[in-house]
Each structure stands twice: as structure tokens, then as C-alpha cells.
Design a protein around this ligand. Structure first.
Ligand SMILES: [Zn+2]
Length: 847
């Protein structure tokens, strides 16, 4: 039956349809690739050869995936075959195949390009060198060599690379041998890998330098021109990876699953990192800081390193069968990165940071009409790009934190151990994980999984309570779907009752229906306020009831529990976004409490919300009332705070908030060296941020500052930084020039464009940017098709969130009504437009 099904496909569909993958997985096993590529600097192509062997049972025609490149010769079981391209596939007819072992030999040519190809060439402007690297996720290995490009046909790979003798080559496995291969050329053979998916196979080549690190630490590779910086900042990365490996080996009760581990810093990598088995690629800019780093920046880098490291078990050792379970690997990698960091650095308030980094991003999408379930139906791997986003990277780990709270930490861990043990070096689905979790905990997860994994959206949880004199008479929780359906979620939370003396009562409450009384609260001392998601175990919108909110606004400065005060600030900000609290009240509270705030991460978050309120939500008049006091607070703390991280945070805030001539004069003093941030060596990008502000706000000396900065730092990232800063020029000709460049300059780096979008849509330039809203929307289908996964959302957010008016809102609505859009794009627009809708609502209500 399976065989006839494939044979019946006359012209196979493009991409990898789910059904094709199912059929192939049932027929094919024991796959091995022996690949060789010749890498030539500055060449647009690479010549490759391949020997592919696999077991086939029963005999049936087989489709190999290969698109974009050219097959120059093909041989099936020793006999030549004419290769014809069929929508990105090559058909191997049944009469050329046999039951059991088959061998395919191919010679082919694949493309290499600076952008838009999975074999990417990067030219280092500093020293004229070149680097080549691959990035195949989710189904682009088949643009580099003929293969079965689906995650559940794991294969053993042997790779040989012929490259300039001066280059270093890195791949999933360790080196086996090296030999001369012609003048100035070297052939490097790697050992055979363990079974891995095609999207996890990778190589990188170029004049990389290796930081060996001490014994037991992974290798770290960096391009030559960044060696010095890597020598300063790299050892911490190797150390956290080594400590993380020890922790995760213990937690999962399984040693590191591959024979070696390296990390390769790739300039302009389209993701923060990619977890190739045994050879993680990390975005260089996320590891080697371009601005003077704070402790938060370092910890975020640790999270990235630990996220990719966790994938070696969760993703690489056990791999999702299909990209509909993408969340499974991403959710766990993110959750376990925090779990690991919390264990390695217990003094860093890691779960408070988890709340700050993860929850707002998840809620911002999940409370919109554009949200999707965590589990996403992917009918064809070519649609897998749409599964990437905050639901997978932020909601999934948040929901896993809730699951660990529901099941208990030990049951959670033991279930994971069973899962990894049962599916090592193979593939698994979500249900393969629920079964062991149910087994060890004795709890059914059917309803839990239905609502949290298969259903979209989230609950709002409200608390109501009353006192009888000094005692609580009653307390109840209720929930409703923020999107207005009648659904309810099974959830467990910890309710905090704050007593007037500062004593705290914490109650665990499970809520599976619309509402529930909390009998354990009755008779407790009457609280001064109640917060229903203490320690952030639950997932949902938790606003303060009116009495609690009034108390919290009055007493927030006296709450010294950082986790609690961070959660309360977060809840107040949610109320602002709900148009339920005047943004002025939030900004006024920030102005009152920030002077005494000593936590860097909380300061950064309050400042970022303050900037949003000032630049988007309040009137120009209200902003003018507040701005100079924030400017002077920022200038003062930047110069005098005793904590260096806070000095950097306030320096950044000054750059973001400065607007008055006096504020801008302070920026110019810093640029000219008349003022400095004590103990902090500003980096070029720090300075460029100040230049951007001067340009955007029409400072009379902006052009001078721009030229001075260019002269000061001609190499390195300067051309990119100058390109991004100049996008802030507040004139129509600049906007026109940049917009044309974005869409029509094929050699323009995607990274440069993404970097400049914020400046193009600077907060004070919505009128100038408005003519580009519609063209930006019109370009979405081609952007989705041609650009890397995260670019689309960056593009959409920049242009839609660059606007604040009801007119812009109407324009987006009109576009949604008339444009022919696929469902995925429609949802993405709805996700992003939510912030514009809120802005319009808040401005209408409070100004
Ligand atoms: Zn990941």
C-alpha cells in the first residue's frame, strides 16, 4: 500500500509533505551519507559528491529531496540514472531499487551565497577573509545535497571537506584525518556521526581560531578578526557550557550524548544559536558584546549557551518526529536553561529573570486574536517557519514551569529521564513524553495537555476577597478566557496574602473550573493586598483587585522581596496595557520609586515600560511634564551610582529617553568625552545609539556627531552601525531611499536591515513612516518566502508598532479585509496589530 501511494504521485508536491515523510519513514531505515564538498573562496557554488546508502523494505519508488542545485551524475545500485528535477525531488524508480541495502552515488553542484542560501558565505570587511557555514533547519539540507530531508530519518554522516590549507574546518564529529589535496588545499575527513537528523548536520570553514579552554571545556571557534575580544569574553562561555554539561548530565541521568562538543561563533547568524549535534553555532553578536555589557547581558548570554547545550539531549539525542512538536525541543531547552542557571548561579534571581524575559513576550502574543496553540499543525515542512515565535520560545517554557509545579519537581525530572532513555538517538512525539510523566506522577495529563498544548490562548485569573474586621471572611479565584470564549484551563497557583506587618501567607490553589473558593484562606489575618500568582508558577493574566492595587501603588517601595516586587510591577504594567490603569500613574510611580531602586534588571524593565508609556501612550504635553525629570535622574545615576551595572543601565536609558536640549547636550558631552560613565569602556555601538538619538530628534549637531563617529571607528561594525543610525534621519527622502534599499537591494545584509528598522520607525517619526505601512504589508508574502525565520516578525513589528494612530489602525484593518493572505500571515498581523489597537485605546481613554 505504501509503495503504491508514492508511485501514484505523478508530480510530487514541493517541500516535504507530512504524508511523504510518513511513507518514507515506514519504508526506509539505516541511512548513511558519505559526503564531500570542495570549498573555494569567493565562489558562488560548491561541487559535492555523495554516497547514500539505506535499507528499503518493501521495494517501492523512492523520492530523494534536492532543490536549487544541479545533479551532474547519478548512479543507483551501480547503474546510471538520468536525474530529473520534480518539484525539488528526484525519483528513484522501483525497478532500480531492491529490498534491503541500496546505494546511490551522486555528483552535484550547490549554491553558496552571502544571503538566502543554506550554505552561506560571510566576508569579513576587517581583514578581507571569508567564512562559509551551513544552516539547514528546518528543511534546507536538501538545498545542499540530495537527502531524505525529514527529522525522523536519522542518518550517520561521514564528511570530507576540501578547503584552503589555511582554513579551519568544524563539523558534528571529530577530525579523523587530514591530507594535502593540491596546491594550498587540504582534505579533512571527519569521523562518522551517531544517528542525527539532516537539520542537525552542519559544517563551518574559514580562518577560524580556536580557544581551547581548560580540560573538560568545549572548544570555542571565532573568526580571526575577533580573536582578541574572544580571548577576553570567551572563557566565561566555555566555563558555563562545561558546568552546564555536568549539571544536565546529572539531571537527565545521561552523559553528554555525542563524542565531542564545540561552539562556533558565526557573524550575522540568523538565530541566537543553532544546536547542531556536537557543534553548536552561536550568533557572534549574542556572545561577544557590541555594547558595554551588564550582568543581565552576561546572564542572557549564559541562557543562550545553556539553551543550545540542553538541545544536545532535548532535540538532538531525542528529536521531534515532525516540526509540529517544535515546542517540545524549544520549550524544554528554554526551561532547562533557566533551571540549570538557577542551580549554577543561585544568587542571580534566575526565576525572577525568567518571569521578566519569558512571560511578557508570551502574554503579548497569547492575548491576541492572532495567537496559536503551542502544538502547531504543519502539513508541509516548507511551512515550518511559521511555527517559530514567542508561543514556542516563551509560552512553552512558561507552561512547562507550570507543569513542574503541578507534578512536583521530582516527578517532572523522573518523567524526562524515562523519556530520554526510551527514545535515545531516535524520534518522539509529545504523547511519548506525557506517558512517562503520567506514569511517575500518577496524574492524568489529558485535560491539561488539551488546554495548554492543543488549545490556543490563556486565562485571566481574578481574585476577590473580603474581611470581617481583622480576619479574612472569604477568598475566591475565578478565570475567564482573555479572548472571550467559554473555555477554562486547569491551573495551579500560589496565592500570596500580604499582612500589614509584612508577614506573608502563601496558599497553593488548584483551579480547574470557572471559579473556586479557597477555604484555607478563611480566618487568616485580613491582608493588605492579595496577589494570585506568587512566584510566577501559573500562566495567565493576573491583575490586582482594586483594593490590592491601591495598596500596592502606595507600598511598592517598601516591598524588598525582589521577585514579588518584580511581579507586582509587571501586573501594574499589564493593567496599563489593558487600558485599566492610566499610563501617567505608572510613569509617576516610576519617577517616585526608581531613585531608590537598586536592582538592575527591575530598573531596566521599569525604564523600558516608562519609555513605551512616554513615547506611545501619553500626550506630548504629558511627556513634556515628565521627560526632564527622567533625563536628570538618568544623568545623575549614570555618573554617580555605585553599581556599575546600574550606571550602564541608566546610560542606556538616557540615550533612549533624552529629548530636551539639555538631555541631548548630555549625550553630546558623552560622545565628545566631556563626560564619561565611570569604570565603563563604552563600545562603538553604545556611541552609535547616542548618535541615532541625536539624528532622530533633529539635534543641530547630529550630522557632525555622525561624521565624527565614522571617522573615529572606520572598521569593524562601523558601516553597519552608520547604516542603521542614518535610517533615523527625519526626512522623506531618507525614508524613501531606505525602503527601496530594503526591498530591492539584493546584496543588502538582512542583519543590517533588521538593525535599522527601529531607527527608520523611530518613536517620533510615525508621520514620516506612515506612507510605508501599506507597502510594508504588501511585501509580506515575499518576505515570508525569501527571508530567514525571524525577519518577518521584526519587519512587521517595526512598521506596525512604528504607528500610533487610529488612521494607521484603520489602514491595517482595511488591508486585512482586502488582501489575499494565507492564514499564517493573517495571524502574524493580528498578533502584531494588538499593540497598535491597545495604543489607540489607551490614547483615546487617557489623554
Ligand atoms: Zn532552541
Amino acid at each position: 500500500m505504501l509503495g503504491t501511494a508514492i508511485a501514484a504521485v505523478e508530480s510530487p508536491p514541493a517541500g516535504i509533505p507530512r504524508e511523504l515523510a510518513r511513507q518514507r519513514a515506514a519504508l526506509i531505515s539505516n541511512v548513511r551519507y558519505h559526503l564531500a564538498f570542495t570549498l573555494v573562496p569567493h565562489s558562488d557554488t560548491t561541487v559535492g559528491s555523495e554516497e547514500l546508502s539505506f535499507t528499503l523494505r518493501p521495494v517501492a519508488p523512492v523520492l530523494l529531496d534536492f532543490r536549487d542545485g544541479t545533479v551532474t551524475s547519478l548512479e543507483v545500485n551501480g547503474a546510471p540514472l538520468m536525474a530529473t528535477d520534480q518539484n525539488g525531488h528526484i525519483e528513484l524508480p522501483a525497478d532500480r531499487l531492491r529490498g534491503g541495502e541500496n546505494t546511490v552515488r551522486a555528483q552535484f553542484v550547490a549554491h553558496v551565497a552571502p544571503a538566502g542560501k543554506p550554505i552561506t558565505r560571510y566576508e569579513d570587511q576587517d581583514d578581507g577573509t571569508e567564512y562559509i557555514y551551513t544552516l539547514f533547519v528546518p528543511m534546507d539540507a536538501s538545498m545542499a545535497f540530495p537527502c531524505f530531508d525529514q527529522p525522523d530519518l536519522k542518518a550517520r554522516f561521514r564528511l570530507e571537506l576540501i578547503a584552503p590549507a589555511s582554513w579551519t574546518v568544524i563539523s558534528n564529529a571529530a577530525l579523523e584525518s587530514e591530507s594535502a589535496a593540491g596546491p594550498e588545499q587540504r582534505r579533512t575527513a571527519f569521523r562518522e556521526t551517531l544517528p542525527i537528523s539532516t537539520y542537525l548536520f552542519a559544517f563551518a570553514a574559514g580562518p577560524f581560531r580556536r580557544l581551547d579552554g581548560s580540560a573538560g571545556q568545549p572548544g570555542l571557534y571565532v573568526r580571526s578578526s575577533r580573536l582578541e575580544q574572544a580571548q577576553r569574553e570567551g572563557p566565561e562561555v566555555q566555563q558555563i557550557a562545561a558546568e552546564g554539561t555536568r549539571y544536565l548530565s546529572g539531571y537527565f541521568a545521561r552523559p553528554f550524548p555525542f563524542p565531542k562538543y564545540d561552539m562556533v561563533l558565526i557573524p550575522e547568524l540568523a538565530y541566537g544559536g543553532m544546536e547542531h549535534a556536537g557543534a553548536t553555532f552561536l550568533r557572534e553578536q549574542s556572545v561577544l558584546f557590541r555594547t558595554a555589557p551588564t550582568r543581565t547581558d552576561r546572564l542572557n548570554r549564559d541562557i543562550l549557551v545553556l539553551h543550545e547545550l540542553t538541545h544536545q539531549w532535548f532535540g538532538d539525542l531525542v528529536t521531534m518526529r515532525w516540526f509540529d512538536d517544535l515546542w517540545l525541543k524549544e520549550g524544554f531547552a528554554q526551561y532547562m536553561a533557566y533551571q540549570t542557571l538557577a542551580s549554577l548561579k543561585p544568587d542571580e534571581n534566575v526565576w525572577t529573570r525568567f518571569y521578566g524575559s519569558i512571560k511578557p513576550a508570551a502574554y503579548a502574543i497569547d492575548s491576541t486574536q492572532g495567537t496559536t496553540p503551542i502544538y502547531q499543525h504543519i502539513p508541509n515542512l516548507k511551512d515550518a517557519k511559521s511555527a517559530y515565535g514567542a508561543i514556542v520560545y516563551s509560552k512553552a517554557p512558561a507552561v512547562l514551569k507550570q507543569l513542574a509545579f503541578v507534578l512536583g519537581q521530582e516527578h517532572f525530572r523522573d518523567g524526562l529521564r524515562l523519556y530520554l532513555k526510551g527514545h535515545a538517538y531516535t524520534n518522539a512525539e509529545w504523547s511519548d513524553l506525557t506517558h512517562p510523566l503520567e506514569e511517575v506522577s500518577g496524574r492524568s495529563l489529558a485535560r491539561w495537555a488539551k488546554m495548554w498544548i492543543r488549545h490556543r490562548g490563556m486565562p485571566q485569573v481574578d481574585v476577590s476577597w473580603s474581611c470581617d474586621g481583622t480576619r479574612l471572611r472569604g477568598l475566591s479565584l475565578s478565570q475567564h478566557d482573555v479572548l472571550g470564549t467559554a473555555e477554562t484551563w486547569p491551573l495551579a497557583t500560589q496565592v500570596l496574602l500580604e499582612e500589614s506587618g509584612g508577614e506573608r501567607v502563601r496558599l497553593r490553589v488548584e483551579l480547574g473550573t470557572t471559579s473556586a473558593m479557597v477555604p484555607a484562606a478563611v480566618g487568616k489575618p485580613c491582608p493588605s493586598f492579595v496577589f494570585a500568582n506568587d512566584e510566577d508558577f501559573a500562566y495567565g493574566r493576573f491583575l490586582l483587585d482594586p483594593a490590592s492595587r491601591a495598596t500596592v501603588i502606595g507600598q511598592l517601595g517598601d516591598i524588598h522581596d525582589l521577585f514579588l516586587s518584580t511581579l507586582l510591577w509587571g501586573s501594574l504594567w499589564e493593567s496599563v496595557r489593558q487600558a485599566d490603569l492610566d499610563p501617567r500613574a505608572y510613569v509617576a510611580l516610576a519617577r517616585r520609586l526608581l531613585p531608590a531602586e537598586t536592582d538592575q534588571s527591575l530598573t531596566e524593565s521599569i525604564l523600558s515600560h516608562t519609555a513605551t508609556a512616554l513615547h506611545r501612550y501619553v500626550s506630548a504635553g504629558t511627556r513634556a511634564e515628565f521627560v526632564s525629570s527622567f533625563e536628570s535622574m538618568a544623568a545623575d545615576r549614570m555618573l554617580h551610582d555605585k553599581d556599575q551595572d546600574l550606571r550602564i543601565t541608566w546610560f542606556r536609558a538616557l540615550g533612549a529617553l533624552a529629548e530636551t536640549p539639555q538631555g541631548l547636550a548630555t549625550l553630546k558631552d558623552v560622545l565628545a568625552g566631556r563626560l564619561s560613565v565611570p569604570g565603563v569602556q563604552l563600545r562603538p555601538l553604545d556611541r552609535w545609539h547616542l548618535v541615532t538619538t541625536l539624528i532622530a530628534l533633529r539635534d543641530p549637531h547630529a550630522q557632525e556627531a555622525f561624521e565624527a563617529e565614522r571617522a573615529r571607528d572606520p572598521g569593524g561594525d562601523s558601516p553597519e552601525n552608520a547604516y542603521a543610525a542614518a535610517a533615523a534621519r527625519p526626512d522623506p527622502a531618507t525614508k524613501q531611499k531606505y525602503f527601496d534599499d530594503y526591498l530591492h537591494n539584493l546584496s543588502r545584509s538582512e542583519d543590517w536591515i533588521a538593525h535599522s528598522l527601529g531607527a527608520f520607525n523611530y518613536w517620533n517619526q510615525s508621520t514620516l513612516a506612515a506612507p510605508y505601512l501599506k507597502p510594508a504589508l504588501d511585501a509580506l508574502p515575499e518576505i515570508k518566502r525569501d527571508r530567514k525565520i525571524f525577519f518577518l516578525v521584526a519587519w512587521l513589528s517595526a512598521f506596525i508598532e512604528g504607528e500610533q494612530s487610529a488612521e494607521a489602525q484603520a489602514e491595517v484593518q482595511e488591508y486585512m479585509r482586502t488582501a489575499k493572505l494565507d492564514q499564517d500571515l493573517r495571524l502574524k498581523i493580528l498578533q502584531v496589530t494588538d499593540e497598535l489597537d491597545r495604543t489607540v485605546k489607551i490614547r483615546a481613554k487617557y489623554r
